[in-house]
Each structure stands twice: as C-alpha cells, then as structure tokens.
Design a protein around this ligand. Structure first.
Ligand code: BTN
Length: 247
C-alpha cells in the first residue's frame, strides 16, 4: 500500500476530513493526521478527547473484498497498534479488549473508530480507520471522569515519545498486516488478535449502548471476526456489534 500523509495542526475530526477526502476520490493509503481535534468522535456517539500531545489519524482503504469481511479491518487496526506499541514500549502488557480498545496496564491507551461506505453495486467504496493514541497526554489532559480508566505512553513509562515515530510504526505494521490479509485471508490476523486479546476466556456483559443484552463467557472469535459468547445454559451467540464490558 502506498502511503500519502496529510498533516493538519487542528481538525474537527480526522475521520470527517477522511470521509470528505474519500468521497472526493482520495486514494487508498491516504492518511489524515491532526495535531489536535476539536470535535472528534468515539464509538457509541461518544466524544473523543484529543488535545495536542496525542496521535490522531485516519487511514483511507479501498479493499476489493466481500463487504461482509470489512469489519475485520477494525481488528486489523487493533493488532497493528498492539504490535507497534509492544515494540516501542518493549512490553507484553498491551492488550486488545474486543473489538478494538487497546489497553496498556489495564487502562485505555487507544481507541479505533471505523466507518465505511458501499457503492451502488454493494461493493466497498471506502473504509476509514480512525485511530487515536494517547501518546504524551498528562493526567490533567483527560476529563476527570475518565482519568482512572485512561492512560498514555507518557503516563505508563514516564517518557515522552515522538508521535511521528509512533505513527510510522503503526502504519508499517498496518501495511504489512493489510497485504497479508488481502492475499491470504484473516487466519493470521485472527491468530495475532487472539494473542493480544484480554477478552477471550473472560466473563462478559454484552451491551447495546448501555443496555445489557447478553451475559456469559467469551469463548472464541467467529468466522467473520465476531465474538462468540456462551451463557450458563450453554446457549452460544455471536456478536459483531455492540459493546463488551468485562465483569
Ligand atoms: C473509541 O471510542 O474508542 C474510538 C475513538 C476513536 C478516536 C479516533 S481519533 C482519530 C479519529 N478521528 C475521530 O474523530 N475519531 C477517531
């Protein structure tokens, strides 16, 4: 994948700019990066805190694949970030909470918001992977209500990191995972995702927004990258949306 980076000091949201660029024909591999975002979105319609000091970017992809498989790209982004942070931070302590929260020492260090659009033939027009990594954020950079559940590379290590270096490493991991995924399918991706997962084997509550819709043990990953959850009565269900919280 040929990468083309576009830097902005401030954007409302790199995802908004990426969607706009994709609609105007931006090529696969275009990357929109912002020093800070003033209206960034998280999953479930939440606000995403993005002051200076973090790494906020969105990657445009145009895979010619069955749209059923596009959700796997979110897993791919999670694995790319997990590999990059593990390398840079030299730790085994980076985990992925299904589907795409990255945790360091049990606290959230990165979130991923993916969006996609189909064309008139039902094929993928574009997919956007919006990634936010708390690189050099201080505790006071986080809103009070999330200070106990969020972390940054700076808070975890006491060291400042170059956002550019973190970006380069994530893009390098992402490109190579993407080529393998396009050529050989998702097996290797799933194996790597399972390696980093802190969700499999755990008791989970499956929530749709804030409503609990199922509870049980996360037993495996399904064929399309969904999460298989088995309850106490042995009923197994597959989830590819909603939110998982670990009991
Ligand atoms: C989450 O809720 O965990 C997902 C957060 C995703 C944040 C990133 S930062 C770059 C991109 N632009 C946005 O507006 N959101 C994503």
């Amino acid at each position: 994948m040929k990468l083309q980076l576009h830097y902005y000091d401030v954007l409302e949201s790199t995802n908004i700019t990426a969607v706009d660029a994709a609609l105007h024909g931006a090529a696969e591999g275009s990357v929109i990066v912002a020093g800070k975002q003033c209206g960034a979105s998280g999953r479930m319609g939440r606000v995403w805190n993005s002051p200076n000091g973090g790494l906020w970017f969105s990657v445009i992809l145009r895979p010619r694949i069955n749209p059923e498989n596009v959700a796997q790209l979110t897993l791919l982004a999670g694995v790319a970030v997990a590999k990059a942070l593990s390398f840079l931070y030299e730790t085994e302590d980076v985990k992925i909470k299904w589907p795409n929260d990255l945790l360091l020492q049990g606290k959230k260090i990165c979130g991923i918001l993916s969006e996609m659009k189909l064309d008139e033939n039902g094929l993928i027009d574009y997919a956007i992977l919006g990634i936010g990594v708390n690189v050099n954020l201080q505790r006071s950079d986080f809103p009070t209500e999330i200070q106990h559940i969020a972390t940054s590379l700076l808070l975890a290590t006491g060291k400042s990191f170059s956002c550019n270096e973190v970006l380069q490493r994530i893009l390098q991991e992402m490109s190579s995972l993407y080529e393998i995924w396009l050529e050989h399918g998702p097996e290797s991706l799933f194996t790597q995702w399972k390696h980093y997962s802190c969700t499999l084997g755990q008791k989970v509550l499956v929530k749709d927004n804030d409503r609990i819709i199922f509870s049980g043990t996360a037993v495996d990953m399904g064929v399309q990258g969904s999460l298989l959850v088995c309850n106490e009565d042995g009923i197994q269900r597959s989830f590819d949306f909603g939110e998982i919280s670990i009991r």
